[in-house]
Design a protein around this ligand. Structure first.
Ligand SMILES: C[S@@+](CC[C@H](N)C(=O)[O-])C[C@H]1O[C@@H](n2cnc3c(N)ncnc32)[C@H](O)[C@@H]1O
Length: 303
């Protein structure tokens, strides 16, 4: 079977429902030999293709043609991001982009930012986490660390959270976060946006707390700002001072190349009294050959 047919067969098992965002093909999980460099997401009416290695234009044309045929409603625009090139340029591959493009997930809307940065404003693999937060946060006060474009905050407020504090060192990501709340007609009086470096915000967060739930969704690694081996232990040590008694934690471990049981061991050292309420992975749309490389969400409750 050729590579395009292999992708087509996978895509038809993951077609989007009602214009909602969906990962159509997840080659990065190493389950499709020879296609580890390809990721495809549907942000209907936009098709987004990420390439982590060069591919011939002819191959791309044939791929897009096949994908257009297997979807009921054809995509109006196709965007390719070449992640192997410096600045990870984004290229309009067909048609014209009808701005603004949004991700729709569980009925909530998130603005995409297609031009400026490597990340386009939304992480589809965190859907399970957003769903969990939405289900459990009614009436609660939430701290959303590494908030980025505040998708957890949007989900929390949609689920009835009383108040959300979003913290991220990127001011522009938080600006997008504000737009995401407005898009969903959420009350901005219940939200705050702190453009701060987390490890220098300890006392500020203590004053704003205590919180009923703290969400931590850091990058796999980001220069000096976040290194899993160094910063996760620091973070776990600090979390209890921000939590109310019986408070919940959502720890999202994004990162290949971490030792086996990395987070389980840190929890036993730094949060020995925590009770595990659940452990989640992103689900069938994100197949991973080696489960140790998958994003994992640890859901805990403190006494
Ligand atoms: C993986 S993204 C978070 C995704 C986000 N939780 C969501 O729901 O879409 C990681 C974010 O962490 C932020 N970040 C990384 N290191 C940080 C630090 N030391 N202090 C504050 N923010 C940090 C980055 O600016 C980036 O926006």
């Amino acid at each position: 079977m050729n590579s395009i047919e292999q992708i087509r067969q996978e895509v038809i098992r993951h077609l989007p429902h009602h214009g909602e965002i969906r990962r159509l093909f997840h080659g990065r999980g190493q389950c499709f030999p020879g296609l580890e460099d390809v990721i495809i997401d549907a942000y209907s009416p936009l098709l987004m293709i990420y390439l982590f290695q060069p591919r011939e234009q002819e191959w791309l044309f044939r791929l897009v043609q096949q994908l257009q045929q297997c979807c009921d409603v054809p995509f109006e625009a196709v965007v390719v991001q070449r992640r192997y090139l410096p600045q990870t340029p984004i290229e309009l591959f067909a048609a014209s982009v009808p701005p603004p493009i949004e991700a729709v997930e569980a009925g909530l809307r998130y603005q995409l930012r297609l031009t400026r940065t490597q990340n386009i404003g939304f992480f589809p693999d965190m859907a399970v986490g957003r769903q969990l937060v939405r289900q459990r946060c009614a009436g609660k006060k939430i701290l959303n660390l590494f908030a980025y474009s505040c998708s957890f905050s949007v989900a929390a407020l949609a689920g009835g959270a009383k108040q959300v504090v979003n913290l991220d060192m990127s001011r522009s990501a938080l600006e997008l976060g504000r737009i995401n709340h407005q898009l969903n007609k959420l009350d901005l009086r219940s939200v705050s946006f702190l453009a701060m470096e987390l490890f220098r915000s300890q006392s500020k967060l203590r004053k704003l707390g205590p919180f009923d739930m703290v969400i931590c969704d850091p990058p796999a690694s980001q220069g000096k700002s976040f290194n899993a081996q160094h910063h996760w232990p620091k973070l776990l040590q600090r979390l209890p001072q921000w939590l109310a008694p019986g408070g919940e934690l959502l720890l999202c471990v994004n990162g290949p190349h971490l030792p086996d049981n990395f987070m389980a061991e840190l929890i036993s050292v730094y949060l020995p009294d925590a009770r595990e309420l659940g452990r989640y992975s992103p689900g069938d749309d994100f197949p991973e050959k080696d489960p140790r490389c998958a994003t994992t969400i640890h859901h805990l409750q403190l006494p």
